[in-house]
Ligand binder design. Sequence first.
Ligand code: SF4
Ligand code: SF4
Length: 471
Amino acid sequence: MSAQLPPQVKRVIDEALRKVDWQGFDKEKVNAIINELLGKLDSVQVHFIEDCVGCAACAPACPYYPVSEEYGPVEKAEHVRHMYRKEATILGKLLGPLLNAKKPSKPEHLDKLVELVYRCTNCGACYVSCPFGIDSGALIRGFLAPLVSKAGRLPAVLAIFEAMERTGVYMDIPAFQQIWRDVNAKIDQALGKPVPRDRKGAEYLLFLDLSDAMFYPGAVVGAAKILDRAGLDWTLPSSPLGFRPPIGAVVGFSDSTKQVLKQIDDYVESIGAKYLVVLDGGFVYPWLRWQMPKVLGKKLSYRVLHITELVVELLKQGRIKLKPTNDAVTWHDPCQLARRSGVTKEPVEALRAASKGFRLLPHHGAESYCCGGGGGIGCLSLHMIEMMAKMIGVDMSVMISSEKEKEFLVKTQEAWSIAVKRKIDDIKKSKAKIVVTACPVCMHSIEGGAKLYGLDIEVKHFAEYIAERLA
Ligand code: SF4
Ligand code: SF4
């Protein structure tokens, strides 16, 4: 590790890496984790486990099914059923393997489970296509992800970012401080005045995390222009409200998730805002909007709004106006915003107002194709890990714990390159030249997929695209 690294950052990285183990298998520990997870199942999850009839109607919906049949939704979720039968049913206890009632018992079993976890983006497409509303993604994310992570099969890069976000030390890293300073300077420059940060009593609070500033600074500046142009009473945080919170939810660490969400809620409460405006339509939005009240056990005193929802409202009220163009533009629905949160009409309405050349993708709204990069998969490319290692100031060997983990990462990247193709083909059919979306992972995945399959398109965040068309 670099000698330049601030000691508190080094400590947190060391702590994170102690949780990573791609070799071992501790049977007692694995059993204890399984029992803990089974003990927490609620009636909805039990329905997901018990009521699948194996019709496979969900399989074609899954972005990872074309990679291999073993990555079909049921094939992945079936591993949860194996453990459930073994521990929670009398017949399973008595007849064991005859009923496919079994638990992981060797290192290879954990290796298979971690592979399956990172062949699921939690996109919800299987849930929407299942006649019984069975959400295999929820089982994979809610059961298999915490199982493998707590057992040590945890990508080091995710372990490090989870720990850095939870402790806040990511903002002790000079490259991250610079990114935050740069975007803040751009906001003040674009508005021609310093915007008061952390202003108590502001009605609207623009939620910003470091990933917003890092992956689409133009959208952050664009959102500030929209709020300002609409004449809203608004503010923004002086420090990022997380790296991309809650990262703990991606790897299945519920304590970390709760801690990070509590910090956010405390901050929003301290401002007293009525609306929290979010740019990230990936997992950040549903975690703030839908999961946070459940996790914190309270009704939020503010409404979480995605920027697409706010823009439509501002257009309706006549508080902003757009100069429409003829761009051949389309909208890619981030799965977490569309299928997991029901925000499908607003982006389309706003983009229709922004361009006469707007067209829907052949598969859109609840039937939209996933970009293949969610569920942490987008962070697992060697290119992304190298970029993060450089920014933090550590060697790649810190971010990838072993040769075995590296092989997993390479295989995951190969699987993504197949999973993304269906999305790229859908965009090709639309003949769009600009793809607007609202999630850093979707943007990265679609850009990467377009390059891979020779499609010449521009990918933009919604807030940046709309701000460019403000009248
Ligand atoms: S949530 Fe999406 S990626 Fe996961 S199993 Fe279902 S369809 Fe496949
Ligand atoms: S569509 Fe539903 S019932 Fe049929 S295999 Fe998939 S999860 Fe099971």
